[in-house]
Design a binder for this molecule. Sequence first.
Ligand SMILES: Cc1cc2nc3c(=O)[nH]c(=O)nc-3n(C[C@H](O)[C@H](O)[C@H](O)COP(=O)(O)OP(=O)(O)OC[C@H]3O[C@@H](n4cnc5c(N)ncnc54)[C@H](O)[C@@H]3O)c2cc1C
Length: 470
Amino acid sequence: MAEEDHAVVIGGSMAGLLAARALADRFKRVTVVERDQAPARQPAFRRGVPHSRHVHIFWHRGLRALETLLPGACAELLESGARILDAPADVAWHGPFGRFPRIRAARFLSSSRELIDAVVRRRVAAHPGVRLWYGREVVGLHAEHDGRSVRGVEVRNRGAGGGHAGEPLEAGFVIDATGRGSRASEWLRGAGCAVPGKIRYESHFGYASRYYSPPEDIESEWNGLYIQASSQDPHAGAIMPIDGGRWIATLGGVANHAPPSDEDSFLEFARNLGSPAMYEALVCATPLSTPVGFRNMANERYDYSRRARWPAGFAVVGDALCCFNPVYGQGLTTAALSAVELSRVVRAGGPRERRRLSRAIQRAVAAPTAVPWLIATGEDLRYPTTEGPRARFDTKMRQRYVAHVAAAATVDPVVTRAYFRVLAMEERPGALLSPRLLRRVLLPGQQAVERTSSADRDDFCAVAHNRDGA
Ligand SMILES: Cc1cc2nc3c(=O)[nH]c(=O)nc-3n(C[C@H](O)[C@H](O)[C@H](O)COP(=O)(O)OP(=O)(O)OC[C@H]3O[C@@H](n4cnc5c(N)ncnc54)[C@H](O)[C@@H]3O)c2cc1C
């Protein structure tokens, strides 16, 4: 079979698997090259996805995208013990200005990350033409013409050691989905292609997580619990119900407030959160694992889609393209939305010429990253310790307005709903600037927050003109 009919995806986690499913609509063969050994059929931890041991929520918008690509996946997840929760109705959600009212605003799937991966992996592997190739590591791109065209990858056995060169695996199209550790920019630069630098905002957020068996006689008014960090109190905590009748408990903190991962200090950290609810729940629960920590959580983005000379036959997706501080729960949903965009381009036939096709794909997969990037970086920039380009005037205005929205959302259910629907990526941020919302958030006499100065109001109206672009 001609190499033009063959696509290679590097990395077999969420973004790679869903990209492979999308590519199978155009390419007769799709090979996913994954450096980990083949995982068990049942949900299980694997080395390449160490973040799976921390809380993972999957917003409903992302689930709908997943279902478009893999019909029946959501039903299988629910049959296997995942839960659908409605925030903040089912989740005792404590924001920086107090607890949000218990109204139905934004649904999400609560599950172990291992279960989500196992269901997606089985379904993608069963798709005609897709082959998952485990225990193989990609060590470079097979690039030609000064990096202007990619014709495949160099692959070697995972255990082969550094001295072993890779074997070529030819392909008409290559997608990099190797996550935060992606070496795509290095490979392209090595091939002679000019690539943009990385934009990085690092708030030094850290997690520590542990599985628990909930108390048998639990009679709680919540199914999930979330205590948000803020610039006033940079400590966070969450308990979510997952498959196997377990809880996953994740603690979070910014910079030197990051949670410890030793057993004794884990509960102590929970005790000092802004609400006692997490500690009170955990002291009655039975730990099923020791705590594990995670630190590498910066927001990072490459603006590949603006490259004038992007190589033919290549694209970058998922965390390798753009990753967010996971505290906002956006990575899985964005990966699924990007895969739907990829599918749309390839199903439509896409440009026949390889370079134009690559550019169309790179632009399409980057589009769903814009809003989550705005949210994650805008929120992280509230912490004085965050490193990265300084907040611009419009970002500061947005932060001030969103703080008013968050405060109003604790007392006015209309604002609560709007706020959560933006957080869940169901609505664009511009929805928070509709005249109806602006009135509820800013005007005195409504159920919203404290009076806002007329200067503030003028600033916000200026931002309103800029809507989603603000
Ligand atoms: C602590 C934490 C918590 C998170 N919580 C949430 C959440 O609540 N909700 C949410 O939506 N998102 C969350 N995310 C984000 C989400 O996990 C990622 O966006 C998601 O995993 C998509 O990642 P990916 O497939 O792009 O990369 P990854 O999951 O990092 O996978 C990369 C894959 O590539 C493989 N690989 C790497 N290099 C090579 C190579 N050279 N050759 C072959 N294979 C290679 C790796 O083994 C791995 O399988 C969280 C992330 C972290 C870190």
